[in-house]
Design a protein around this ligand. Structure first.
Ligand code: AMP
Length: 415
């Protein structure tokens, strides 16, 4: 079935056509009809499946077709998301798909000044995309009225729980009308998530988009055994061998992100970092430079990268293995999107082997191993542009130092 056969407003079809979206993805095919009917939906679907448009298309249609239209009444649809980047990305999808509709969408998130957000809210909006913390602040201060919300969407609900947003979510929910449509999206499902989900939805339509192999067929992914201290040399090699490609490098912590950045700088490779310690404006600027291709290497932590749609990344490097096995799938899923092909390599040090075992168990099969011969391994380190102190120059430095100190100590001859 094509989008042109759907019963959705021509204003939205026009935007879909412009984007080149002809057929719905699996999740869109399954979720759009029940959402249009006003049913609750509980969907297990990963980023990259087209889930944003799966809810944006029917919501835009429902709001655009309303007979009585009073924006000043308050917000009609609330989308709660875990991160600022995801909030911006979803808002962009609403703006693009809703370009020819009369639906107004805006986003609020923490880490930036409140005042401009408040003045825009006062003008009246239909769809609000928000992170739970800032959202709760604005609700408590009376700047956001939620009593007219008809549709509530929780996206990446599992991630919101990981980030400790459960109290904020519950506090916000107290302000919503009981009678409403709820759409619940989560990449993973466990007891905790189930409890939250079933406390929110009534008689939901359940949708699960989980291919047998969680890693897309378009991604050629492998693991290479590399000592912790040698990883930087191998990253340098991957980057130099793939010149011109967009490479996303994942590390475990913010500190490691900055270290990798510095190590690359030492060998003349320009990169950007993306992690939670950075100011919001800096994170967005870094992401934009990477999106535009001005910078080819982005070093990121898991939290800062989840749910972000970075177009056409050719290569994903797991510089550190992720502690949570699901994150392996999220990380390598940054490449090989849609119909494109992608590559990924994970650097596994001896101490990370147990983590690799857990990931492979989660995937249900082993990851292809890249055999690096000893000679090749040593050559990678030797050919690095990093200046390593060799013995000869070290000895010369010592001699020079000794000479200099001797000269200083020589007593001046008495005249
Ligand atoms: P999401 O899972 O919402 O992050 O979407 C992943 C990617 O799929 C985005 O780059 C979308 O632009 C793209 N996409 C979503 N729906 C379609 C569609 N029906 N046809 C082609 N691409 C799509």
């Amino acid at each position: 079935m094509k989008f042109e056969d759907y019963h959705i407003n021509p204003a939205i079809k026009k935007a879909l056509d412009k984007l080149g979206f002809k057929k719905p993805t699996d999740i869109q095919f399954k979720a759009i009809p029940p959402i249009l009917k006003g049913e609750d939906v509980l969907a297990i679907a990963q980023t990259g499946t087209g889930k944003t448009a799966a809810f944006a298309i029917p919501v835009l249609h429902l709001l655009h077709e309303r007979k009585q239209y009073a924006r000043q009444d308050g917000i009609k649809c609330l989308v709660m998301v875990p991160t600022r980047e995801l909030a911006i990305q979803i808002t962009e999808v609403f703006h693009t798909l809703g370009k020819h509709t009369r639906v107004e969408t805006m986003t609020v998130f923490g880490g930036v000044e409140q005042a401009p957000q408040i003045s825009k809210l006062e003008d009246g909006i239909d769809v609000l995309v928000a992170t739970p913390g800032r959202m709760f602040d604005l609700v408590s201060q009376g700047h956001i009225r939620l009593e007219r919300v008809e549709i509530l969407i929780l996206d990446e609900a599992d991630h919101m729980l990981d980030l400790g947003f459960i109290k904020d979510i519950r506090d916000v929910l107290r302000h919503l009308p009981r009678k409403r449509q709820t759409l619940f999206f989560s990449a993973t499902i466990n007891e905790h998530i189930k409890d939250l989900a079933y406390s929110l939805v009534t008689k939901p339509i359940r949708i699960q988009i989980s291919p047998k192999d969680p890693v897309s067929k378009n991604v050629d992914h492998s693991v290479a055994y590399i000592g912790m201290d040698d990883k930087r040399f191998f990253l340098e090699r991957v980057i130099k061998e793939n010149e011109g490609s967009k490479i996303l490098v994942f590390v475990r912590t913010k500190v490691r992100a900055e270290r990798v950045f510095a190590a690359m700088e030492r060998v003349g490779i320009k990169s950007e970092t993306l992690h939670g310690d950075k100011e919001q404006v800096d994170r967005l600027a870094a992401l934009n430079r990477f999106k535009k291709g001005e910078v080819k290497v982005l070093v990121a932590t898991d939290v800062s990268s989840r749910g972000i749609d970075i177009p056409s990344v050719e290569y994903v490097v797991n510089y550190d293995l992720p502690d949570v096995p699901e994150n392996y799938v999220h990380r390598v899923g940054r490449t090989g999107r849609g119909t494109q092909k992608g590559k990924s390599v994970s650097f596994c040090s001896p101490e990370e082997k147990p983590i690799l075992d857990v990931i492979e168990e989660y995937l249900g099969k082993p990851i292809k191993v890249l055999d690096i011969e000893k000679q090749d391994y040593n050559a990678t380190i030797d050919f690095s542009s990093e200046v390593k102190p060799d013995l000869k120059s070290l000895m010369k430095e010592i001699h020079d130092f000794e000479d200099a100190t001797k000269k200083k100590k020589k007593p001046k001859k008495k005249k």
